[in-house]
Design a protein around this ligand. Structure first.
Ligand code: PLP
Length: 464
């Protein structure tokens, strides 16, 4: 026994020595990529590695699933090291180290006293309905300031179940619902309770970057599938199938999409669900923008053929971003796993905030008015943008437009920086939503109409 343990120790040390050697090689490759201006990710190289490791697993008595997860951890660590070096080099050159550097610059400018038009955030300018504000005060006066059940107070879970069942003509029971700290935390809980280190998540790009960040945070590997403007941001099913392997556990959808405004149509959703069922994958569908749909909208809840986690929120639909309350709907077992994690991290959503959400569900007229306002602004902005040298998809829903700067005049980061410093308008560079979208930028329609039109005028001045 002692001799065997000694051997295990020395094999482990040998593995660490080899990992160190691998990382130092990866670092050297990173330096060359930097010199040649090559991207960090090379999917073809990864594919060949994966194939080779798959072939060796059996010969070495390692299960394929473990072998591939281990390989993914090594690949991700290598990419992290190369990306860090790239960002450092950019910073030293004085450029924007990440798309988010624009926001830091915006704050700097505002501190100097200049006012800006903010189109970079997805935060509706309309506040919560009056009834919601009254409900908060009332809840506090009645002493609703305690811990609650980790999955949420029963009356809120029940009301969400009824509301959603009616809205999507489905049959959700209260114990399939859990109340979370915003849609964002529901996304994290789903990913953290589904993925093991090295597992893969499929994500259609461009998309809200939090999904990939959550996947990385739990040691998983985001595998992105690009979509493009020229094809109306339609997901490519062949690419989806190509990217599925033994490590794939989850497909992530954002519908309507942030930043493109694309709504997935029924046949596409059906195809994705069929693939998920066949390959035994979970579909996480984040539908926080579904209240802002400018054409018929189908929820993933209408396709119960595969395992799903539906995510929604009070933030956008009811102007309640600062309340931090959202919810997830799934099968009872999955809800239990996610609830366990929420209980571990934060016990529950604050009690009085849950009462505010109960009141919000009694405000369909107000939510309908908000949606109408957004729709009007969107059509106004889209017609104003038409005169500019930009190409974009007329959003089917959501709060954003995602234009591409034509003729490669400027990339999204340069445009965002100049628009900010020269014209006082803040937008988000497209690279924040995926590596292939360097010539895009995202603008939200969360400001009053005059501000939006003024912002487009200033864009015109910059683009000529
Ligand atoms: N999901 C998407 C696609 C988002 O864009 C955002 C916020 O911008 C969220 C979720 C977060 O919503 P919440 O405020 O409910 O956490």
């Amino acid at each position: 026994m002692d001799a065997l343990r000694e051997e295990v120790r020395s094999v482990t040390i040998e593995i660490m020595r080899l990992v160190g050697k691998r990382l130092s090689l990866v670092r050297r490759i990173g330096e060359r990529k930097l010199r040649k201006g090559l991207p960090v990710e090379n999917l073809e190289v990864e594919r060949r590695l994966r194939k080779m490791v798959s072939e060796k697993c059996e010969a070495y008595g390692v299960s394929l699933s473990f072998g591939l997860r281990l390989l993914n951890l090594l690949i991700e660590e290598g990419k992290r090291i190369q990306k860090e070096a790239l960002e450092k080099a950019l910073e030293e050159k004085g450029g924007l180290s990440s798309p988010y550097a624009v926001f830091a610059r915006a704050r700097q400018i505002e501190r100097s006293g200049r006012s800006l038009i903010h189109l970079e955030v997805g935060e509706p300018d309309f506040g919560p309905p009056e009834k919601v504000k009254e409900a908060v005060a009332d809840a506090l006066n009645r002493g609703y300031a305690h811990y609650t059940e980790p999955a949420g107070i029963p009356q809120l879970r029940e009301k969400i179940a009824i509301n959603i069942s009616q809205r999507f003509k489905t049959d959700v029971s209260p114990d399939q619902v859990m109340v979370t700290v915003g849609g964002r935390y529901a996304v994290f809980l789903c990913i953290a309770s589904t993925l093991l280190p090295g597992d893969e998540a499929l994500i259609f790009e461009p998309i809200w970057p939090a999904y990939a960040n959550c996947v990385r945070e739990v040691g998983g590997r985001p595998v992105t599938i690009p979509t493009d403007l020229e094809n109306g941001w339609e997901p490519n099913m062949d690419l989806l199938l190509e990217k599925i392997n033994k490590s794939t556990k989850i497909i992530i959808l954002n519908n309507p999409n942030n930043p493109t405004g694309k709504i997935l149509e029924e046949p596409v959703l059906k195809q994705i669900v069929d693939v998920a069922r066949e390959k035994n994958l979970l579909v996480l569908s984040d539908e926080v923008y579904s209240n802002f749909a400018f054409k018929p909208f189908k929820s993933i809840l209408e396709f119960p053929e595969c395992k799903i986690v539906y995510v929604s929120s009070f933030s956008k639909a009811f102007g309640m971003t600062g309340f931090r309350i959202g919810y997830a709907i799934s099968d009872i077992e999955t809800v239990r796993g996610m609830t366990r994690l929420q209980k571990l991290c934060l016990t529950s959503v604050p009690e009085f905030i849950q009462h505010a959400a109960l009141a919000a569900l009694d405000c369909p007229e107000e939510a309908g008015e908000y949606a109408k306002t957004v729709r009007k602004r969107m059509s106004l902005v889209c017609s104003a943008l038409r005169k500019l040298p930009l190409s974009y998809y007329d959003p089917d829903g959501g709060l954003y437009v995602f234009p591409k700067i034509r003729d490669g005049k400027m990339n999204g980061e340069d445009f965002a920086e100049r628009l900010l410093t020269e014209e006082g308008v803040c937008v988000t560079p497209g690279a924040a939503f995926g590596e292939s979208y360097g010539y895009f930028f995202r603008m939200s329609v969360c400001q009053p109409k005059d501000f939006l039109l003024e912002a487009v005028k200033r864009m015109e001045e910059l683009l000529g």
